[in-house]
Design a binder for this molecule. Structure first.
Ligand SMILES: Cc1cc2nc3c(=O)[nH]c(=O)nc-3n(C[C@H](O)[C@H](O)[C@H](O)COP(=O)(O)OP(=O)(O)OC[C@H]3O[C@@H](n4cnc5c(N)ncnc54)[C@H](O)[C@@H]3O)c2cc1C
Length: 270
């Protein structure tokens, strides 16, 4: 494994349209998951929920992958929540980064998991599996989300309990944050489930929507297109199944140029 490069190692090679940022902190959650924070370029603007292409110089060549920006638009730093794919072209190197290392980022963020792509509603569901929680880590820390919605429900489903920790840390961070805690109040509900271990809340989110347990556990009525809005981020199969359930409930899919009742984004290609 090559050690990630420092900026001075390749300063003259950084291509146009790319920022070279400094890693500030790294936290490993499991053998498969970690988060890191890095400096935010002065001119870099994005909407909470968007993704950017981030990369590393591996040998002479940069390798880029799409990454949801997990920090909110107001944050002075950038945060990412990452998988570690064994032998993954990017993450086999990215998982070794340390404070002081350089991470590349292409200048133009994009994405559909943005508040602008939804029509007004009262309750916003964010359905995520695995690293699909990343765009919602941004949105649940953005005051705009709570200005637009009376209730925000973040669901996060993983195989094992240890994989849920990032989500619990996020909610704790909000609770301990002077201003955010006041803005969020009791509007945010975090619903975490696992599929492969004993845990009070178990099962795929699609099963829990279908059998109504999600709504019973949360004490909310079933999905209603007049009131509810949705954002989905997970594997291709999870997106397809969840999308079908939302459509069955009468919600229609929106996009940046055509806001509607729910939006989706793949958490990875595969
Ligand atoms: C819009 C978008 C946003 C993304 N945001 C994130 C993010 O915030 N965090 C993140 O870790 N990844 C994210 N990804 C996936 C990311 O782009 C890379 O695929 C991932 O970093 C692995 O890169 P790699 O080069 O090591 O392996 P790759 O060659 O890219 O992937 C190898 C295989 O690993 C599996 N895989 C890849 N990523 C994941 C994942 N996140 N969860 C489970 N299995 C995976 C897939 O089966 C894939 O075929 C996103 C992808 C897209 C399309």
């Amino acid at each position: 494994m090559n050690a990630p490069a420092k900026t001075e190692d390749f300063a003259i090679k950084i291509p146009d349209g790319v920022y070279a940022e400094t890693v500030l902190s790294v936290e490993h959650y499991t053998d498969h998951l970690f988060r890191f924070r890095m400096t935010r370029p002065a001119g870099f603007r994005f909407r909470s929920g968007e993704f950017a292409m981030i990369g590393l110089m591996v040998g002479e060549k940069p390798i880029y992958r799409a990454y949801s920006i997990a920090s909110p638009a107001w944050d002075e730093e950038l945060e990412f929540f990452s998988i570690k794919v064994p032998d993954g072209p990017l993450t086999s190197h990215l998982q070794a980064i340390k404070p002081g290392d350089t991470v590349l980022m292409r200048k133009k963020p994009t994405g559909t998991l943005v508040l602008d792509a939804l029509t007004p509603g009262r309750r916003l569901y964010m359905f995520s599996t695995g690293t699909g929680i990343a765009p919602f880590a941004s949105l649940i820390r953005d005051p705009d989300t709570y200005e637009k919605f009376e209730e925000v429900i973040l669901t996060h489903t993983c195989r094992d309990v240890a994989e849920l920790k990032y989500g619990f840390d996020l909610v704790d961070e909000i609770r301990n944050h002077e201003f955010l805690n006041e803005i969020v109040g009791d509007k945010l509900k975090h619903y975490a489930t696992v599929t492969r271990e004993d845990y009070p809340f178990q099962g795929r989110i699609t099963t829990l929507i279908e059998n109504g347990k999600l709504f019973a556990d949360l004490g909310v009525p079933a999905l209603d297109p007049e009131i509810d809005r949705g954002m989905i981020c997970g594997s291709s199969a999870m997106l397809k199944d969840t999308k079908e359930l939302l459509e069955k409930a009468g919600l229609t899919e929106g996009a940046n140029n055509k806001p509607a009742e729910f939006v989706i984004e793949r958490a990875f290609v595969g």
